[in-house]
Design a protein around this ligand. Structure first.
Ligand code: UD1
Length: 418
């Protein structure tokens, strides 16, 4: 296993290019199963989750090749429909293969993903919507076993609550269904919109992209996808939060500022200066962060995937901040670890009260999920003394070489194997 050893505090200064978005590339990879031939995806980040999704596609009979940020998925001879527990349990996004398999092959056997570090995370909407499309689903020894009589059938389905994963999964399935599907209360996260745009370029008929209501007219077939993955707004937001904590000035290139509105607004409230220019965002911070109040919401609201990193900034703020996660009630594994670094954070249900401290003190910490790990790494760069962040495989799932990139910005951070 690996850990990061971080000596702080050091300001972050310099320039960094943001990579392709993890949450955008995973559904695109699943969508390769909707067509025969070679899907080509560019600007793919080299992440554990991407490599992992490749093994699932290969298990299903696709041939993947990943070099220099370019991923090809050849489905010419893809005929498997079984996504086994050993693979699915490692990554919830594996459920994305359910819609494409049912739509293309009329059958699927996909392990139920199970819980994760922040609670039960149900998949009822994925299942209900597939049934609404006419799939017959059974649960058999922990597996979702699905069959269709002929093609899936267009339907009307309302997501309650809004779900990124279910919106993407049903969208993919509906593209090859017979007739019209109307989806209400869809997620409008850029990653869902990007998927819909990629599908349309391959021949899918989708109206209402980027709105809460999508109308999909099923087609008989689509061509393999050719798509360039959008910039990772959460990766960009994480580096921005780092500057807010440590002070300094960092310019992020290859970003899409329009995807970062709610994050920028919170950074401004914290006291950062922000300059935007086409695909560049510069963040500068030369003061102690101000106190803030934030509630996570579906896009275009403030993302739950930034909650932990911004909470780490609040730990150093001048005053008492409040952070409520309205998407996940118990996504707070970072709280006790930040408190080990000298933060003073108290939890009441899904609301955290963060009493700002003047400084944090390095300590060994351990994270149990991806964004919580990122928050601890940032806190380590801002804390005095040495912080060890253990079990960094969580962070490798969603950030490419984060230690190399933070070191290039002036952080004193090293990876050690133990
Ligand atoms: C995706 C992101 C994750 C992000 C989350 C919320 C990927 C691979 N992951 O996860 O990083 O934190 O969106 O922005 O893109 N829900 C149900 N039933 C369901 C599905 C979801 O009740 O069948 C609930 C969840 O418990 C949660 C809410 O809906 O309260 C939103 O979850 P969802 O948007 O589905 O998250 P994911 O797609 O799993």
């Amino acid at each position: 296993m690996d850990r990061f050893v971080i000596k702080g505090p050091t300001p972050l200064v310099g320039e960094i290019a943001i990579g392709g978005a993890k949450n955008a590339v995973l559904p695109l990879m699943a969508a390769a199963l909707l067509a025969r031939g070679e899907t080509i995806i560019e600007n793919v980040p080299d992440l554990v989750d991407v490599r992992f999704f490749m093994t699932i596609l290969e298990e299903l009979g696709a041939v993947c090749n990943f070099e220099n940020s370019r991923l090809t998925i050849d489905t010419t001879h893809q005929d498997g429909c079984n996504a086994p527990y050993d693979l699915v349990r490692k990554m919830r996004a594996s459920i994305y293969v359910l819609g494409p398999l049912l739509a293309y092959h009329g059958e699927a056997r996909v392990s139920l993903p199970g819980g994760c570090a922040w609670g039960p995370r149900p998949v009822n909407l994925h299942l209900d919507a597939m049934q609404a499309l006419g799939a017959e689903l059974d649960l058999d020894e922990g597996y979702i076993v699905g069959k269709t009589k002929g093609r899936l059938q267009g339907t009307r389905f309302r997501f309650e609550p809004v779900s990124v994963g279910a919106s993407a999964n049903i969208l993919m399935a509906a593209v090859l269904a017979e007739g019209v599907t109307e989806l209400e209360n869809c997620a409008v996260e850029p990653e869902v919109t990007g998927l819909a745009e990629a599908l349309v370029r391959s021949g899918a008929k989708i109206e209402g992209i980027g709105t809460n209501t999508m109308r999909i007219e099923g087609v008989n077939e689509i061509a393999p996808l050719k798509h360039r993955v959008m910039a990772d707004r959460i990766e960009a937001g994480t580096f921005m939060a780092g500057v807010a904590m440590t002070g300094g000035r960092v310019t992020m290139s290859r970003v899409n500022p329009s995807h970062l509105r709610s994050v920028v607004s919170v950074l401004l409230d914290l006291g950062c200066e922000i300059i935007e220019d086409e695909d560049l965002i510069t963040v500068e911070m030369d003061r102690r962060p101000k106190r803030i109040e934030v509630v996570t919401r579906p896009y275009p609201g403030f993302p739950t995937d930034m909650q932990a990193q911004i909470m780490a900034v609040c730990a150093l703020a001048d005053g008492t901040s409040f952070m409520t996660d309205s998407i996940y009630n118990d996504r707070f594994t970072h709280v006790s670890e930040l408190n080990r670094l000298g933060a003073d954070i108290r939890l009441d249900g899904n609301k955290a009260t963060i009493f700002g401290s003047e400084k944090l003190q390095g300590a060994p910490v351990m994270a149990t999920d991806l964004r919580a790990s990122a928050a601890l790494v940032l806190a380590g760069a801002a804390a005095e003394g040495t912080t060890e962040v253990n079990r960094v495989y969580h962070i490798d799932r969603g950030y490419e070489k984060i230690e190399v990139r933070l070191a290039a910005l002036g952080a004193n951070i090293k990876r050690e194997s133990y």
